[in-house]
Design a protein around this ligand. Sequence first.
Ligand code: HEC
Length: 106
Amino acid sequence: MIMKNFLLVAAVLAVSAQVYAADPTAGKEKAKACAACHGENGVSQVPDFPKLAGQYNDYLARTLNDYKSGARKNAIMAGQVANLKQEDIADLAAFYSIQKALATKY
Ligand code: HEC
């Protein structure tokens, strides 16, 4: 009986330890919905829309979740993230974070 419980706990731990592996290729597909404002590869051509290319992965994921929860308020972005699942957010963050950012010239 003890062994059976141990195996059950081990199985539950194994399942919960599985983390979704973000897929930047899937992210590229999903990012088509964002391209009109943020540019095809996250390099926006319009100052009103922030550049996303080369931004930190965890910053992007955190920010999208903040728009979703309302912790960061923006009417446009709230609508964009409303239907995103955690997998979508992870894929989008993975995609934008590996895009080449423009160097800032001084
Ligand atoms: C209709 C235009 C529009 C679309 C489409 C759009 N965004 Fe945005 N996005 C904005 C604007 C405007 C802001 C700045 C909002 C603010 O000040 O918080 C923004 C901000 C962001 C930020 C925060 C950037 C930063 O530096 O903090 C992220 C991340 C982001 N958008 C991701 C996305 C993703 C991913 C999609 C597609 C699912 C998307 N956006 C679609 C207009 C858009």
